[in-house]
Design a protein around this ligand. Sequence first.
Ligand code: FAD
Ligand code: AMP
Length: 479
Amino acid sequence: MADRYDVIVIGAGPAGYHAAIRAAQLGLKTACIDKSLDSEGNPVFGGTCLNWGCIPSKALLDISHKYADAERKFPAFGIKTGKLAVDVAKVMKHKSDVVKKLTQGVAGLFKGNGVDGLPGVGRLLAGRKVEYTPHDASATVLEAEHVILAPGSEAVSIDPTPLTEGLIVDSTGALEFDAVPKRLGVIGAGVIGLELGSVWNRFGSEVIVLEALEEFLPMADQRIARDAKKLFEAQGLDIRLGTRVIGSSIKGQTVTVQYQDKEGEKSIAVDKLIVAVGRRPYTKGLLAPDSGVNLDERGFLFVNDLCATDAHQVYGIGDAVRGPMLAHKGMEEGIMVAERIAGQKPMVNYECVPSVIYTHPEVAWVGKTEQELKRDGEQFNVGQFAFSANGRALAAGDGDGLVKIIADADSDRILGVHVLGPQASELVAQAVIAMEFDASAEDLGLTMFAHPTLSEAVHEAALGVAGHAIHMVNRKKKT
Ligand code: FAD
Ligand code: AMP
């Protein structure tokens, strides 16, 4: 550890560690401070994403998906399995092994790139001084030319359902169950609620999702949201919209949840309750009163389009600043800030941030939804293609969902791409690339896609914008 750095990053989640590694690659003397400890008390880098978010949740989603396929689909494919059972301890071991490999990978990348990874707490003082308190020693003050704040976010809790060890849990607790709950309640039908509800539903839990809003996935294209809800319900998720949770009580190992819907007050009894009502920026203890950094009215670090805070040469990135709370959004901000510090001029294109819900089928989109465009009075054309007409999807027994492409009526420029289907998270990347290059639907239509692939559904939807998809009868016929 040195006393003076070109760059000090506080927070080694995806935003912070990308910033630190890129800064070091560019020849800047860089340190990255992070206070996270794993369940055994060892310092870990990687933040929420690697330890308690994206990665462990996807490990459980991927394993539970294989289990659900074996149980629900294999018989129809002629594969006989005998009676299936899940060993939750082994599932959790797989998850923990993946997390360990990746968090150790970040530590290795720090070493390999010359970043000083500093376990402990960082606090920004005035004049780009950073108070660093290691876990096992007293505080020292480091100085930096530039400071990047990447402290991330934390789960929101609500008064009616205070977290209670092993019974009422947040997303972190829901990644640690030691047995499959018989009845599971989930508050919040957002991305995290649906993903975690799906995991335990696939392993056999009866899952009830309570969502205050009347609309399902309001941020997604509503055609996609409608179809997704039907598919999730068919899988067994009991999604109750317009239900606001107002209280809870615990007797023995049972949680009773009170909620209000149109008809009045009701309750359900469950073995476990997951509270997944959103996340908020985490800035506790981060800023000395005279740090010069301000928060906005919702508690986010206040930054401009280039992630600069109100303090000179201090930046904010990731979940703790405005914009979607997504790992890849923070990663791009981290790289942008590091490169700008080094004198380059990149920008983050906030118009092209893909969103994904890793259910099955997955939901993924980029750009504008049809309802947003209608609200803004924009003129557009839509091309849609169902996976039920895609040979590869049918071959895999995965014919649910569709691709929907929305293009500007005059220029044909792609404005939004929405996918409900197998590997939607991968398919949407094609749309992001196309939109980054300002492609038209015709450009995608003129591109050759390998056959047979799921990607052909993207191709066909693009052709459908002009009314000449091949494997469906086009509603509007064009030459
Ligand atoms: P974080 O990852 O939260 O990291 C911040 C780090 O800073 C933490 O380690 C924290 O301890 C540390 N820190 C904070 N303050 C200090 C301080 N003062 N001193 C030292 N260290 C400090 N996003 C996706 O894009 N895809 C997904 O599939 C996805 N799945 C998710 C699933 C779940 C269950 C959850 C909870 C989140 C998921 N997310 C997903 C969101 C994703 O995890 C976050 O967007 C991402 O982790 C934010 O990155 P970050 O670097 O801003 O902050
Ligand atoms: P997200 O912010 O995408 O993670 O989604 C969280 C969801 O939780 C939102 O759709 C909220 O409407 C929902 N929510 C918040 N509070 C409650 C509550 N008391 N009862 C039911 N749903 C809630």
